[in-house]
Design a protein around this ligand. Structure first.
Ligand SMILES: Cc1cc2nc3c(=O)[nH]c(=O)nc-3n(C[C@H](O)[C@H](O)[C@H](O)COP(=O)(O)OP(=O)(O)OC[C@H]3O[C@@H](n4cnc5c(N)ncnc54)[C@H](O)[C@@H]3O)c2cc1C
Length: 771
């Protein structure tokens, strides 16, 4: 995603509360005193509890000397543009060029109607806004001779004198969230001014694209449009809790990606808190400006082949990596430990890491170059797409990370055949949303932030599994860079052995740069969630297993078990997804589960599939549970249920999760691809914190005799014997032979490496299976 390169502007977004008018002005003055650049004020002229924004802005401008001021955003329906233009120019003249104009189509239609008697529809408001921009600019344009005239649908200006001339070119920033407003922003405005908490669909990247496309179509350079952002949810805390909920240095790390990767160059805080404004201005501001400048400097100089980093940044380099040998093509895309963006790329969901170098590839040629470079270095190489690998091997300490997150394209190649193309860095939630626009969906997982690359090379057991199978069952071709640096097309006709291997053991054979899959026609789905008292864990899990096996194949269910907290009862959370929009059939299927145990809470609804996998786009800092074991079960037998009951009641496990497989998953012949588990009906995982490793392992060893194979994506143990569980013979031997051909030097050795030698595996014949 882009950095449009505008100079950083930091400021406040103040509530103009009439009853504390002096405090409002003080907050604006503090904004300047703390070193911030701009104070902006909400504009709700129908609200009698608020001061009039334009009068207030004049007052603030008079009491400050450097501060820019703006309405955030001006309510156009209540401020006729002919008069607004004069007011704005006046304010700009008096403040000596410190006024900018936030502008909106108007919210709170009922309140505005009470003042004007008009209630325009959305489309009319947007058209009116487009006309108003022309009027504002026309009135300010004193260089053109003659009266200003406008003959529009919404505004009539038969002839008015232009002027006064503002002291500088006033920027017009639009508050926009939906495509038409975004397109208007791109076509006519100088800036985009949304509030972070209100941006939903389109998301940030898509909104930029709407703006950029419209700008290009209008013959403008998208970089001319500044991207500003209001943020409400923020507080300074001694230790970090979440985005902008932590100490000032964490704020710097949180804001950097917004600026350098998500295109925003103006951050406006909507908190009327003097301490917060002061800390933002005095502590975060300087560090953030320095970090942004340093990173931009590296990017600019990197593209010309040379690198300029501060002495401190250079001192953080690792001895075992030859940074100077990095090809020029990769320099602007490389992030080192001393770089401002390092904290945002070093960790994964499961693990914290401290790699020596993170290379963020933007296309296949970057992947080829990065791989060739990494082969010359004697440090580990991790491949990362979405960073949700449970084994945590997509980061490392002291090695190189090849990060594919920038390669996140999602494309419908052919709607008729439902063929889609996904780049590895796309997140499944974004894939779902993009496909939904064409009535399609791809069975993936349960969490929208998970990346395409890791999941689509291993399995993909998700909410649509029983109806549509695993994600890998839909893959028809991949493009991948193999160990010797070749970029190959791999499908049934090209390198079929590799195609077989990549669907289940992909991480061992190369870096997939694109997947082609056949999606399914899916619109709305039935979705239900039940909270159940799990005191009688054994009975609950056995009943659930029986119900799932008897359910129609449209139904897929996940069940999570949590031990009781503070002497409370263990709880189960059951998710039911009915992969069809037949409400009655879904209800019937869901009703069966009401007898699964004592249901404490429940709800059911019909929702678009993408809504249940919406991606939160969380930043990674090793937040996931670090210890996890995986197994597959054909049935949930009484014996297995008894062990599961014991595990949950022992407190040695923090969570167990069961997923239904079966259905379409089991219709694929086991020999079709490297993932060969096609008789099991359930996946089970047990997870705990790192400190509980030994106790979790001991609890798992009691369940192990009941399991039949495992899904590597839910496993953290690196014990090589687990490979046989993931790839039962003859699969493992075939994979070993292929590994000898495609990756003889074991370049791809981080994520459950398949070695070419079988000898190191312990003899597992003695392991007896229990029932
Ligand atoms: C919260 C959460 C929910 C999950 N839910 C599900 C689920 O519902 N269903 C399911 O099946 N799995 C699920 N998983 C497991 C998930 O499928 C795997 O962890 C998967 O590896 C994550 O993909 P990623 O790209 O985000 O991971 P990354 O951490 O980026 O990669 C993991 C590993 O995959 C390999 N890899 C990554 N990209 C490529 C590539 N382009 N080419 C070749 N190899 C590559 C590498 O070996 C890498 O170490 C979940 C994981 C988490 C943390």
């Amino acid at each position: 995603m882009p950095d449009y390169g505008h100079e950083l502007m930091l400021g406040t977004f103040i509530t103009p509360t009439a009853s504390s008018a002096k405090d409002v002005v003080s907050l604006a003055m503090l904004t300047e005193e703390a070193g911030l650049d701009i104070a902006t004020i909400q504009d709700h002229p129908y609200n009698p509890d608020f001061l009039d924004t334009y009068t207030l802005l004049s007052w603030v401008a008079a009491r400050t000397s450097r501060l820019k001021v703006a309405a955030n955003v001006t309510n156009l329906p209540l401020r006729p543009p002919q008069v607004l233009a004069r007011a704005a120019a006046t304010l700009d003249i008096l403040s000596e060029g410190r006024f900018e104009m936030g502008l909106g189509a108007g919210a709170f239609a009922d309140a505005a109607h009470g003042m004007t008697g008009r209630r325009p529809g959305t489309a009319q408001s947007i058209d009116a806004l487009g006309e108003a921009i022309d009027i504002l600019r026309g009135v300010w344009d004193t260089g053109t001779r003659g009266a200003f005239r406008h003959d529009g649908e919404h505004y009539q200006v038969p002839g008015m004198k232009r002027g006064p001339q503002p002291a500088h070119d006033i920027s017009i920033w639009l508050g926009a969230y939906k495509p038409r407003m975004l397109a208007l922003t791109g076509a006519k405005a100088d800036g985009w001014l949304p509030t972070l908490e209100y941006i939903q669909s389109p998301n940030v990247a898509e909104s930029h694209k709407w703006i950029d496309d419209a700008a290009t179509a209008a013959g403008r350079d998208p970089r001319d449009i500044r991207r500003l952002l209001n943020i409400f949810r923020a507080s300074f805390l001694p230790t970090g809790r979440a985005f902008l909920q932590g100490p000032p240095d964490q704020w710097v790390n949180d804001l950097l990606p917004l600026i350098l990767e998500h295109g925003f160059s103006t951050i406006l805080l909507g908190q009327d808190d003097p301490h917060l404004i002061r800390t933002f201005g005095e502590e975060v501001g300087p560090a953030l400006r320095e970090a942004v400048a340093a990173e931009r400097n590296i990017r600019t100089s990197g593209s010309s082949g040379s690198r300029e980093r501060s002495a401190i940044a250079l001192s953080k380099r690792h001895d075992r990596v030859d940074y100077n040998a990095l090809p020029p093509q990769l320099r602007p895309k490389a992030i080192e430990p001393g770089d401002a963006l390092y904290d945002s790329v070093r960790h994964t969901y499961i693990r914290t890491g401290s790699p020596a170098l993170v290379i963020r590839a933007e296309d296949e040629s970057d992947v080829v170059a990065a791989l060739a470079y990494a082969r010359t270095q004697t440090v580990p190489l991790s491949v990362r797409s979405g960073g949700h690998g449970i084994s945590g091997r997509s980061t490392n300490d002291g090695g190189i990370v090849l990060d594919l997150s920038q390669m996140d394209g999602v494309e419908v190649l052919d709607r008729a055949t439902r063929r889609i193309r996904l780049q590895p860095g796309a997140r499944w939630g974004d894939v779902a949303r993009t496909l939904a626009a064409q009535g399609l969906a791809m069975s993936s997982g349960d969490y929208g932030d998970v990346g395409v690359g890791g999941l689509a090379t291993a399995g993909g057991l998700g909410y649509l599994a029983r109806r549509y199978g695993l994600t890998i069952d839909h893959v028809v071709a991949v493009d991948m860079v193999v160990a010797d640096g070749r970029l190959l097309r791999v499908d049934n006709d090209h390198h079929p052995d590799l195609f077989w291997a990549v669907r289940g053991a992909g991480g061992n054979f190369g870096v997939v740069t694109a997947f082609e899959l056949i999606a399914e026609e899916v619109g709305e789905v039935g979705y239900a969630s039940l909270t159940v008292d799990a005191t009688d864990t054994a009975s609950l899990i056995e009943t659930w297993g029986r119900l799932v096996e008897a359910a129609p194949r449209e139904l897929t269910s996940f069940l999570s078990l949590f031990p009781g907290r503070r002497r409370g009862a263990p709880m189960a959370q059951i998710t039911l997804v009915y992969a069809d929009d037949d409400v009655e059939a879904a209800q019937q299927a869901f009703n069966e589960f009401l007898d699964v145990g004592p249901v404490l809470d429940g709800r059911a609804e019909l929702v678009p599939y993408h809504a249940i996998v919406a991606p939160p786009h969380n930043r990674h800092h090793g937040q996931g549970l670090e210890e996890e074991h995986s197994g597959l079960l054909e049935h949930i037998t009484p014996g297995a249920a008894r062990v599961i009951h014991k595990m949950i009641h022992s407190g040695d496990v923090l969570v167990m999760q069961f997923r239904s497989a079966g259905g379409a998953v089991n219709e694929v012949p086991p020999e079709a691809m490297a993932y060969s588990h096609r008789t099991q009906n359930f996946s089970v995982l047990a997870a705990s914190a790192a400190s509980q490793r030994v106790r979790l392992a001991s609890a798992w060893s009691e369940l192990y005799p009941f399991v039949d194979g495992m899904y590597l994506s839910f496993e953290t143990s690196t014990n090589p014997e687990r490979l046989l569980d993931a790839f039962p013979e003859p699969v493992l031997s075939r994979l070993r032979a292929l590994k000898a051909t495609w990756d003889p030097d074991g370049i791809f050795n981080r994520n459950f490496p398949i070695t070419t030698l079988a000898a190191e595996l312990p003899d597992l014949e003695a392991t007896t299976r229990a029932v």
